[in-house]
Design a protein around this ligand. Structure first.
Ligand code: SF4
Length: 472
C-alpha cells in the first residue's frame, strides 16, 4: 500500500492527482494522509521547508519528496507556482523510483492547452513538466487552433446545453450519469415535459445565444413522435437565429431514424454527432452497444442524404480487447467517410463504470493506447484534419488525452466554449452544470440534481436557482 503525507504545505489535491496517475484510485484519510493500493509498502512524504541561502538570512523554500525515508527529489521553488512544483517533485520522484514515465508528465488537473499558452516552446513544456515532445507539440498546435475558434465566439453570448441523460443500453465503459432505457421508457415523457418547463422558465436567457448542444446520454433515444414534439417546442422557445450553431448528439446509431433526422433538419440543427466508438463488430458487442458497424454506416449515409453538412464522429482508443491494428482500421475506415469532425477519446474510467479498472488494465495495454493516439495525431493531419480542442480526465488510463479534430472552419464552437472555461454556459436538464464567467475571468458553477426523477419533482426550483445564478 502507498501512504503519502504532506508536511509544510497544503497542496493535497495536486499531490492526489499524481498518486492517482501512478497507482489508480486513492483514499483520503481523516488524518490527511492519502492511500492507494500497491503491491509493495511505500511511505512517501512531500515536504516544504524554509531554508537559508548560503548561510545568509535570505530565505528560500525547498521542496523534497522522500520515499521510505530516502530523499529522491529535492529542489528550491523557483520556476512554477507551488501547486505545480509539488506535482513536479512528486512526479519526478515516483518516475525515478518506479522507472515509469507518462506522456503528459506532471501535467495533471489542468488543461494542456492552458499551459501551452504560458510557455514559449515545446521544449519548455518538456523541461518544466516532463511532457513528451510529441504531446508538447500537439498541445501548442491545438492551443493555436483553439484560439482561432475562441476569436469567433462573442464573450457576452451564452452557450446552452440541453441534456437527456438516457441511453438505449449502458456501455460497459460508461462513467456518465446516463440511464439505461432497456427496462422501460415511462419516465421519458415526464422528463421531456420537465425539460420544456425549465426552458419556459429560463426563456429570458435565450436572447444572445452562440451555440446550443442537445446532448446526453442520447437525445435520439426518444421515440419519433416524442422527439418531434420535444424538438418543435424547444426550438420555438430558443428561436435561434441563422448564425447559431445547433448540435444534435445522436451518439448511438441504433437510435437514428429518418423521421428524427427530418425533424432535426426542419428545425435547423446544423451539426450532428454520431459516435461509432469503433468500427469493429466484436468490440461493439463486448462493450454492450446493441448496434453494428453496418447500422453506423447506414445511419451515416441517411444523415448525409438528409443534407447535414457537418458531422462529428467519435472513436475511443483503448476499448477492451482492441489491438493497435483494430484501432487504425477503424480510424482509416471512418476517415474515408470524411466526417468534418473526428474526436479521438482515450478510454476513461471511473469506479462507477461496469468495468473495474483492473479489468480494463488487463484488457488493454497502455503502450497500445499510446501508439493509437500517436497514430491519430500523425494520420489525421495528413488527411486534412487539425486538432482544435484537447482535454484530459483524471481517470483516463495512463493519463492520456481526448482530442477534437476538424477540417479547418468546421470546428464546433460549443466544444471550445465548454472546454475552455472562458464562456458562460447554461445547462438545462438533470446533472447539467452551468458556468458563469465574469469580466475578470472568474468562473463560478451552478449544479443541478442528477437523478431524473428528482429533477422532474424539483424542476421549478432548479430553474429559479439558474435565474438567480445568471442575475435575472
Ligand atoms: S452512449 Fe455514452 S452516455 Fe450512453 S451509455 Fe454509452 S457511454 Fe454512456
Amino acid at each position: 500500500m502507498i501512504t503519502l503525507r504532506i508536511i509544510g504545505h497544503h497542496a493535497i489535491y495536486p499531490v492526489s492527482d499524481v498518486v492517482r496517475l501512478f497507482f489508480g484510485p486513492i483514499r483520503m484519510r481523516d488524518t490527511g494522509e492519502i492511500q492507494a493500493d500497491c503491491d509493495e509498502d511505500l511511505e512517501i512524504i512531500s515536504q516544504l521547508e524554509n531554508i537559508d541561502i548560503d548561510g545568509t538570512k535570505l530565505q528560500s523554500q525547498r521542496l523534497s519528496t522522500l520515499i521510505n525515508g530516502k530523499c529522491i527529489c529535492s529542489t528550491t521553488i523557483e520556476e512554477l507556482p507551488l501547486n505545480r512544483e509539488v506535482k513536479r517533485s512528486l512526479y519526478n520522484a515516483l518516475s525515478i523510483y518506479t522507472g515509469r514515465k507518462f506522456p503528459w508528465g506532471s501535467l495533471t488537473g489542468i488543461r494542456p492547452t492552458v499551459v501551452a499558452r504560458e510557455v514559449t516552446s515545446d521544449t519548455q513544456l518538456n523541461h518544466l513538466y516532463g511532457v513528451r515532445s510529441d504531446k508538447a507539440r500537439l498541445s501548442i498546435i491545438t492551443a493555436s487552433h483553439e484560439d482561432e475558434v475562441m476569436r469567433k465566439i462573442n464573450k457576452s453570448s451564452l452557450s446552452i446545453y440541453i441534456g437527456i441523460p438516457f441511453c438505449p443500453t449502458r456501455c460497459s465503459y460508461c462513467s456518465f450519469p446516463a440511464h439505461d432505457m432497456s427496462s422501460g421508457t415511462d419516465t421519458l415523457n415526464e422528463y421531456v415535459e420537465a425539460l420544456l418547463k425549465e426552458m419556459e422558465l429560463l426563456q429570458h436567457l435565450f436572447q444572445n445565444i452562440d451555440s446550443v448542444y442537445f446532448g446526453g446520454g442520447t437525445p435520439t433515444v426518444l421515440t419519433d413522435e416524442l422527439f418531434e414534439a420535444f424538438i418543435n417546442r424547444a426550438f420555438s422557445l430558443l428561436s435561434p437565429n441563422a448564425g447559431v450553431e445547433v448540435t444534435l448528439e445522436a451518439g448511438r446509431p441504433d437510435t437514428i431514424t429518418k423521421s428524427k433526422l427530418n425533424t432535426a433538419k426542419k428545425n435547423g440543427f446544423n451539426r450532428i454527432c454520431i459516435n461509432p466508438q469503433t468500427l469493429n463488430n466484436q468490440t461493439l458487442r463486448n462493450i454492450g452497444r446493441n448496434h453494428s458497424v453496418e447500422d453506423f454506416l447506414k445511419a451515416y449515409s441517411d444523415i448525409r442524404q438528409m443534407g447535414f453538412n457537418t458531422v462529428n464522429a467519435d472513436l475511443i482508443a483503448g476499448l477492451p480487447g482492441e489491438s493497435y491494428s483494430d484501432f487504425t482500421i477503424s480510424l482509416n475506415t471512418l476517415a474515408e467517410l470524411k466526417p468534418e469532425n473526428i474526436t479521438v477519446h482515450s478510454l476513461y474510467k471511473k469506479r462507477t463504470a461496469m468495468l473495474s479498472r483492473d479489468e480494463v488494465m488487463k484488457a488493454v495495454s497502455m503502450e497500445d493506447i499510446d501508439r493509437m493516439l500517436q497514430y491519430s495525431h500523425n494520420r489525421l493531419p495528413e488527411l486534412g484534419y487539425i486538432p482544435y480542442y484537447l482535454y484530459k480526465q483524471k481517470d483516463t488510463l495512463g493519463g492520456h488525452e481526448n482530442t477534437g479534430y476538424s477540417f479547418p472552419g468546421d470546428e464546433c464552437r460549443y466544444n471550445v466554449a465548454m472546454m475552455s472555461d472562458a464562456y458562460s454556459v447554461l445547462a438545462i436538464g438533470a446533472g447539467g452544470v452551468s458556468k458563469r464567467v465574469f469580466s475578470d475571468r472568474r468562473l463560478v458553477r451552478c449544479d443541478c440534481v442528477k437523478n431524473p426523477a428528482e429533477y422532474i419533482r424539483r424542476v421549478k426550483e432548479m430553474a429559479e436557482r439558474k435565474l438567480r445564478f445568471f442575475d435575472v
